[in-house]
Design a binder for this molecule. Structure first.
Ligand code: GLU
Length: 470
């Protein structure tokens, strides 16, 4: 099947969850069918379009890994092309010049409303054969009766009576095409076969179908996905914890997790929740798109992210965590280069215990600091650094001097210390954690010590032993 999709954002804001989901669907559909995914920036609204938003949207697309096979194309650079399309419609008699001033059109609409009818332009210039002139617009000569219908890939058959639509403006008096004219001209020119977008565009679709028909062009497949709602089933907004993609990047979420989470907002594959990107490409064939709105759930997003954190190879995660690390007392250049192995070990210990990169960066920090920079949680210090705690630290240090620093040997050394002294694990656990990391929680003691190595482990225990009582 020949599939060409496109994502066509208007650069009036950053890329949000809803737009990103549309982009993901379009990209997956193209990748599944070995087709093409195009990127088009719809920047004809000069007032609201900003370069800063274009840059931010394109950066978010790159970060998400949604590579395109064409574009970004900028509508603002294609004005002569739209004019040529309008001329084609004028020449074939499917469009006409209209000289009605906007106030007159508004008055017609007002009158129709007052009569309880649909507000519409009454077509008074339709047969006048006017030419161009100041203040004039080009209108589509729309069918006066019949039905406009199509089969939506998500919503099924949809139709509207021709009487519901009027002779829409295609070209304004300021020499710019209207939104629907530019979209159809581009979709035809770019060979788009599947137009997948939010269902707030369904009304535009009927108008666009009329333009396709007037141009004598074949309709693409249309797929309109329902909007994303908050957990309270209201329109999604910031108060639901929904953010722009760029903010999720700053929060330390992984692009593969965002992709996984977004695609499940409106598409299902049995009851599978977790996917790698290649699995998504294999499974996403455009079927099973839901026709009812999906609810955004920030907690589930974090859960999906935690899963992707666990599944990412530690070396790859190590590279991604560096920008999130605090560089106080840490040489990040060394961690990225000569100390990469040490960083990777730290990441592998904590990746099952962190649900985002920010969290991971904070958790591995104590492991990577040198002993003199370790900071101690005051509560743990007060609780664990008792006389008994110090005695255990000293005892453990003695046997660790001669221990082999493999995880297994260290686990055995701890066990034999507990067996010989008769101490319970809870008598040594907190004080050892205080000495080794300064905080409670985290991986097994033996794993921490192996990661630190013998000299650093012993240095940390000695420093803890020298700490004054809290
Ligand atoms: N530029 C439109 C938007 O951002 C998308 C139009 C389309 O996909 O056809 O809503």
């Amino acid at each position: 099947m020949n599939v060409v999709t496109r994502f066509a954002p208007s650069p009036t804001g950053h890329l949000h969850i809803g737009g990103a989901r549309t982009a993901v669907f379009c990209w997956l559909l193209a990748r599944h069918y070995n087709g093409k995914f195009l990127l088009r920036v719809e920047d004809t609204d000069r007032e609201r379009s900003k370069q800063e938003y274009t840059d931010s949207i394109l950066a978010s697309m790159r970060w998400l890994g949604l590579d395109s096979d064409g574009g970004p194309y900028y509508q603002s650079e294609r004005m002569p092309f739209y004019k040529a399309c309008v001329d084609r419609l004028l020449a074939s008699g499917h469009a006409y010049w209209c000289s009605c001033p906007p106030e007159d059109v508004e008055a017609m609409r007002e009158k129709a409303r007052a009569e309880g009818k649909k507000p519409r332009y009454d077509g008074r210039c339709r047969e006048l054969g006017l030419g161009p002139g100041p203040g004039r617009v080009v209108r589509l000569k729309a069918p006066l009766n019949g039905e406009i219908k199509y089969e939506d890939m998500v919503k099924g058959p949809l139709s509207v009576a021709a009487e519901e639509l009027d002779d829409m403006v295609l070209y304004r008096s300021d020499n710019t095409p209207t939104y629907n004219m530019a979209v159809v001209a581009d979709d035809v020119d770019m060979g788009v076969t599947h137009v997948l977008r939010g269902d707030d565009h369904v009304n535009n679709t009927f108008k666009q179908i009329l333009i396709y028909q007037a141009l004598g062009e074949k309709l693409p497949v249309f797929a309109h996905v329902p909007m994303i709602l908050g957990p309270d089933r209201q329109k999604l907004s910031k108060r639901h914890g929904a953010k722009a993609v760029i903010e999720y990047e700053k929060d330390g979420l992984l692009p593969s997790a965002i992709l996984n989470y977004l695609v499940r907002l409106g598409w299902s594959h049995g009851d599978q929740e977790l996917f790698t990107v290649p699995e998504l490409i294999a499974a996403f064939d455009g079927h099973n798109l839901n026709s009812s709105p999906a609810g955004f759930d920030p907690e589930k997003l974090l859960w999906v992210n935690a899963h992707h954190m666990r599944e990412t190879p530690a070396a790859a995660l190590a590279e991604q965590v560096i920008p999130f690390m605090d560089n106080a007392n840490l040489d990040l250049t060394a961690l990225a280069g000569t100390d990469k192995a040490r960083l990777t070990i730290a990441v592998s210990l904590y990746q099952p215990r962190a649900d985002n990169l920010k969290d991971l960066a904070a958790k591995i920090r104590p492991l990577l600091l040198s002993s003199e920079h370790l900071e101690y949680d005051p509560k743990l210090r007060a609780k664990a650094l008792t006389d008994e705690g110090r005695a255990h630290l000293a005892g453990l240090a003695e046997i660790l001097e001669t221990a082999d620093f493999t995880e297994q040997a260290l686990a055995e050394a701890i066990k034999s210390y507990l067996d010989t002294t008769g101490a319970a694990f809870k008598a040594i656990g907190p004080v050892m954690r205080l000495a080794l990391l300064g905080v409670s929680g985290g991986p097994e003691l033996a794993a921490i010590m192996q990661a630190l190595g013998k000299p650093e482990t012993l240095a940390r225990i000695r420093r803890a032993l020298a700490l004054p009582a809290a």
